[in-house]
Every structure is written in C-alpha cells, then in structure tokens.
Design a protein around this ligand. Structure first.
Ligand code: APR
Length: 264
C-alpha cells in the first residue's frame, strides 16, 4: 500500500525532536508487530477475541487445568506463527536510529516476540516488560526448557507434564495478568522514562497497567510525548503529537526526514 502523503508532513515535528534529542526512549506494543503478521490483542480479530483473557490470569494458570490447557493452546499457536515471522520496517527503523544515529537510549517493549533484537536493536537496550516466549521455566525450581521441546509435545497433542526436576508447574517465560513484572526491567524502564527528552509509543493501546504509566512518567519528567497508533488511546490528550498511521509507514517517513535533515 503506498504511503499517505500526509504522513511525511505530519512526522516533521517528530523528526525535528529526534534530531535534537539526547535521550530518546521508545515504548512498543503488539501494534508494531502486526505488519509482520502477528495479530495484536484488542483490534478486531485480535487474540482476546479468540481467547478469554479472564482465563489467562496467573492465578487461573496455577489453579485450573482447564486454563492451563487453554494457555498451552494459545502458546502452540503463537510458536507456530512467531517462528516464521520477520521484523518489519518499523522494527528496522528503530534499529537504524540506534545504530546509525545513536538516538535510542532504550526500547521498552510489552512484546514477547523478540523482533526488536532480530531487527538489530542491541539486546542490552531492549527491556522486555512481559518476558519472552522463547523459553519455558519451572515456576517452582526455575529449571529452563527449550521451547522446541514443549512445542513438539503440543504437536503430538500431549499436555506438557510437570517439571522433570521437581514436579512443579512449567510455564512459558512470559508475564501473565496478575503476575509480577520482572523487577529489573520495570525499574530500568521507569528510570529511562523519567529521564527521556523524547518518549515515543508505537502500536500500543496503553490500556494495561502498570506499563501504561510509563508515558505519564516521561511527561512528568519533561519529555515530549509522541503516540504512534492506528486507534485512539487514553493518553492522546497528554501527547505533544499523535500520529494515527501504520507503524511501518510512520517510522519509515521519520527516518527519511531525519536522513534529509542530517544531510542538510
Ligand atoms: N500500526 C500502528 N498501530 C497499530 C498497528 C500498526 N500496524 N496495528 C495495530 N495497531 C494498534 C491498534 O490500533 C491497537 O490500539 O496497536 C494497538 C495494539 O493494542 P493492544 O492489542 O491492546 O496491544 P498492547 O497495547 O501491546 O497490549 C498490551 O496487553 O493483554 C496484553 O499482555 C498483553 O502485552 C499485551 C498488553
């Protein structure tokens, strides 16, 4: 689909702020990966239309075998899809901004797909608030299993058994509703947000707390807040710039503008 001409026009303030920025922080959600072929959660056709989020809480995972079965069904589907997908233009633009222009202090992500790292973002700078799906761990003893081992059981319609080491429950190394966020990632994310001079959210509905408070922290710390999202978000009124376009088009247009401005 050709890029809408107004995108190039509307990204100009962002390109200017980026050029002058010393401390830019990006916060991404499922919407940055839809152009790679991964559905998001809350759009029509999204994951929460087919799986009931109420059944996917950490408490239900611990207490109900029905919820665990549903959970493994979702992960089987995710592993099937996610192992085939590639980063898109938006992930690539972020990696270029970091490598070529040294513009990015941190990429805070709610995504579990690993596509930022695959696109070339420095893994040290990617803060995964909801964990990563490329691992399975025992909730009791912490023993790790390669995802492929569990995937091949699911392929044969076998429900994953308890941990081979201690008999505890095993679970993908991602964060469910009601489960604590990884302490190190969230505290670094908070610090980066407060210190940011430009804070850009990409492809997130900003509905899930506590992650959704990060843009608010950035704003309180004096950052310019830019929201790139196809649909409205509850924080649009707080933003200095809202761009309601596809992440791929928007980030490509920003990169182009920045290239032009730095060449001048
Ligand atoms: N470009 C820009 N925006 C997009 C695109 C795109 N190509 N595709 C989708 N979007 C927008 C949608 O308009 C939507 O508002 O991305 C947003 C995605 O929102 P959610 O589906 O709510 O995903 P996210 O914000 O990442 O969800 C946060 O909630 O249940 C969970 O744990 C899950 O990490 C997830 C968290």
């Amino acid at each position: 689909m050709p890029m809408k001409p107004e995108v190039a026009q509307e990204v100009q303030p962002l390109a200017r702020w980026m050029r002058d920025s010393k401390n830019m922080v990006v916060f991404t959600g499922a919407g940055i990966s839809t152009e790679s072929g991964i559905p998001d959660f809350r759009s029509p056709g999204g994951i929460w239309e087919r799986f009931d989020p109420e059944e996917m809480t950490y408490q239900k995972f611990l207490s109900s075998s029905k919820s665990r079965r549903m959970y493994w069904e979702l992960y089987y589907e995710c592993w099937q899809t996610f192992q085939k997908v590639e980063p898109n233009r938006a992930h690539a633009a972020l990696a270029t901004l970091e490598k070529r222009y040294q513009k990015i202090r941190a990429v805070i992500t709610q995504n579990i797909d690993g596509l930022h790292q695959k696109a070339g973002s420095d893994p040290e700078k990617v803060l995964e608030l909801h964990g990563n799906m490329w691992g399975v761990t025992c909730l009791q003893c912490g023993y790790s299993y390669p995802w492929q081992e569990i995937f091949s059981l699911l392929e044969r319609k076998v429900t994953p058994p308890g941990c081979a080491e201690c008999g505890g429950l095993i679970k993908p190394a991602t964060i469910s509703f009601g489960q604590a966020l990884p302490e190190d990632a969230i505290s670094r994310a908070q610090l980066h947000s407060v210190q940011a001079d430009v804070f850009v959210t990409i492809g997130t509905s900003l509905m899930v707390h506590p992650a959704a408070m990060l843009p608010e922290l950035a704003k309180q710390g004096g950052a310019k807040l830019v929201i790139i999202n196809r649909d409205p978000t509850p924080l649009d009124g707080r933003a200095d710039l809202v761009l309601r376009y596809n992440a791929g088009d928007t980030m490509s247009a920003v990169l182009e503008q920045l290239e032009r401005r730095t060449a001048q």
